[in-house]
Design a protein around this ligand. Structure first.
Ligand SMILES: Cc1cc2nc3c(=O)[nH]c(=O)nc-3n(C[C@H](O)[C@H](O)[C@H](O)COP(=O)(O)O)c2cc1C
Length: 144
């Protein structure tokens, strides 16, 4: 079993956090992608719509996740929840997972609805807590 960082990112914040964690833990990363574009104004609207209505969509994974990997999943907060591509990923994978949210101003409201998750962390831009939260995540996984 190894620890892997899995992320989805529309604007780069979750990608940056994923890179910091994977480089500190020297573990592999995998990126969730979709054929749907989430860019620009309509992409923003679509992201909120897909997530709040739990709309189905196809995802791809750049990288490999084995069934016994322990995952650190980094996701933007969309409409108070993990973004829909990550929600779909979690539904399709039963790995033990810790979820790190990045958001502009609010904290994830969805702690239970994600299924088999061991814990959550919230990186909130307006709290300027990115480095502190990343340190907590790294400390937790370094002691494992
Ligand atoms: C569709 C959509 C919905 C969002 N909803 C929220 C929200 O409910 N609360 C919040 O604080 N930020 C919200 N945001 C802001 C993002 O969570 C935040 O900018 C995040 O760090 C973006 O990560 P990324 O750069 O990896 O895409 C939303 C952004 C998008 C695109």
């Amino acid at each position: 079993m190894s620890v892997k960082v899995v992320f989805f990112s529309r604007n780069g914040n979750s990608k940056r956090v994923a890179q910091k964690i994977s480089s500190a833990l020297t573990c592999e990363m995998a990126e969730i992608t979709t054929k749907i574009s989430w860019k620009f104004f309509w992409g923003f609207i679509k992201g909120g719509y897909y997530t709040s209505t739990d709309k189905s969509l196809d995802i791809d994974l750049l990288g490999e996740v084995k069934s016994d990997d322990e995952l650190i999943i980094v996701t933007p907060l969309w409409a108070g929840k993990a973004c829909q591509p990550v929600r779909i990923f979690l539904r399709n994978h039963n790995n033990p997972a810790t979820v790190v949210f990045t958001s502009a101003g609010s904290i994830s409201t969805e702690k239970d609805g994600l299924g088999h998750i061991k814990g959550t962390y919230d990186i909130v831009k307006k709290f300027e807590n990115e480095d502190d939260v990343i340190k907590n995540v790294i400390d937790k996984f370094s002691n494992n």
